[in-house]
Write a protein that binds this ligand. Structure first.
Ligand SMILES: Nc1ncnc2c1ncn2[C@@H]1O[C@H](COP(=O)(O)OP(=O)(O)OP(=O)(O)O)[C@@H](O)[C@H]1O
Length: 436
């Protein structure tokens, strides 16, 4: 008797959804046809958002950036491409991607990308302490802006009083570095143990508990506790509370306003209370641009000492580009960019625009605008042109204000209009928003 072949489709479907690799497939027109759970987690998009648009639309400003499209055009695979970027939710993600063309009966029918999320691994390898080749102290941190000076002063107070600290700030703002500096200030020479919460599991949290019991003294830094699922947050709370009376010093970080995180059930309230004897907010780089050039100076001087290069600074055009860009990945993004620029430097003393990597030139020219910001959403009907233009104006003016840390004079200058004109338009927008 002939055995019936089992229908494997439901199994493939289940495996595709639950596998720990991100999968994104497009058809021959660039339309998304598969976008699994892991990929949604990595990139922060929903399937619906992508399904209604072709990738060609999404990346029409930057087609060279999409490896999937390149594969679709060339018909050949692109393998082992490592990317670090800031996803839709502002999280820093590092993936290693393999993109393949898909053929059926000799015809190219689409392309598929497989992304391995190596963010946590990267964090373990990327050690600022080693990078600086010296223990981090408050003096290692660039703090020219008033807001950073306040941060350092509060952190010094916390270290002196040995108060648990909750560091609040976007990815790449320097929270880990600050935790290291606090640790050095109060317990130099003692161990510091870091729990990277992104992608961690219950075993690592238990191991942390054992580590605390074993080391007794020293610092525990729990990085991005808001990225832990609630059940694991409760487990962590149990571990830290059990050791609360030990001689360990506790620091944690979150990526967003903790009050909002608690209100939206992302952060367990009692875990927040445990760490938040002192809360220190680190502003995004776009609101403290005074730190940007001094950080670059410091970076270049370390580079000159380390590898004997001649690089001294940026030319005016690059300086302007850097100051106008909004740095969604903050100092980490800047540092990675400087790593990329200096890796190609030979005898140059000044960084000129042609030395900037293509991907950055692209982003910087578009300011903070993303292609997706101008797309018509799938869940919205088309607006009459006038309304759409009003929306676009509101968006653009708001971006200009953000980029200039709320300074109307500077924003007006950047937009090429008078201060009064900008103020008038902002008031009009506010009035319209209130009346709708
Ligand atoms: N104030 C600063 N002075 C000098 N370097 C800085 C400063 N802030 C950030 N950096 C640089 O940026 C890198 C990234 O910072 P860090 O890892 O501390 O950010 P983070 O806020 O902990 O990010 P995440 O939330 O993603 O963990 C550091 O290794 C350091 O080189």
């Amino acid at each position: 008797m002939k055995q019936q072949k089992p229908d494997l489709a439901p199994f493939y479907k289940f495996a595709g959804e639950h596998v720990a690799v991100g999968i994104h497939a497009i058809d021959s027109k660039g339309k998304t046809i598969l976008y699994n759970r892991k990929m949604r987690e990595i990139e922060g998009f929903d399937f619906e958002e992508l399904a209604d648009r072709s990738l060609l639309d999404m990346f029409r400003f930057d087609q060279t950036q999409s490896t999937l499209l390149q594969v679709l055009t060339s018909g050949t695979p692109i393998l082992n491409i490592k990317q670090t970027y800031w996803n839709r939710k502002g999280q820093e993600i590092t993936t290693i991607n393999d993109s393949y063309p898909v053929y059926e009966d000799g015809h190219l029918i689409g392309a598929i990308e497989l992304a391995r999320d190596v963010t946590t691994l990267e964090k373990v390898i990327y050690q600022p302490l080693k990078k600086y080749e010296e223990p981090i102290t408050f003096a290692s941190l660039t703090a020219v802006s008033t807001s950073m000076k306040t941060v350092i002063a509060r952190a010094q107070k916390a270290a002196a009083a040995k108060l648990p600290v909750l560091l609040v700030g976007e990815s790449g703002t320097g929270k880990e570095l600050l935790a290291e500096a606090i640790h050095s200030a109060h317990a130099s020479g003692l161990p510091m143990h870091i729990l990277y919460c992104h992608g961690t599991d219950g075993r690592l949290i238990d191991a942390l508990g054992e580590e605390i019991e074993r080391m007794q003294h020293g610092t525990i830094y729990c990085e991005r506790i808001d990225l832990l699922p609630r059940a694991l947050q409760l487990q962590l709370l149990e571990v830290v509370e059990r050791n609360g009376a030990s001689d360990s010093y506790f620091i944690a970080s979150v990526g967003d306003d903790p009050v909002e995180l608690i209100a939206s059930d992302v952060l367990v309230k009692d875990l927040y209370y445990f760490f938040a004897a002192m809360t220190i907010k680190v502003e995004p780089l776009r609101y403290r641009k005074e730190d940007l050039l001094p950080f670059i100076d410091d970076y270049f001087s370390r580079h000159r000492m380390k590898v004997g290069s001649l690089v001294r600074g940026l030319d005016l055009e690059v300086e302007k580009l850097f100051l106008n860009y909004n740095w969604p990945g903050n100092l980490k993004e800047l540092e990675l960019l400087l790593d990329e620029i200096t890796s190609l430097i030979t005898t140059q003393e000044t960084v000129t625009a042609d030395m900037l990597p293509h991907h950055f030139q692209y982003k910087a020219q578009g300011g903070s605008l993303q292609a997706e910001d101008f797309l018509v959403r799938s869940d919205k009907d088309l607006l009459p042109l006038e309304e759409y233009l009003q929306e676009a104006e509101m968006y653009y003016l708001q971006k200009a204000m953000d980029l200039n840390a709320g300074n109307v004079t500077k924003a007006a200058h950047a937009l090429g209009m008078s201060r009064q004109n900008l103020q008038y338009r902002l008031r009009k927008i506010k009035k319209n928003a209130q009346s709708t």
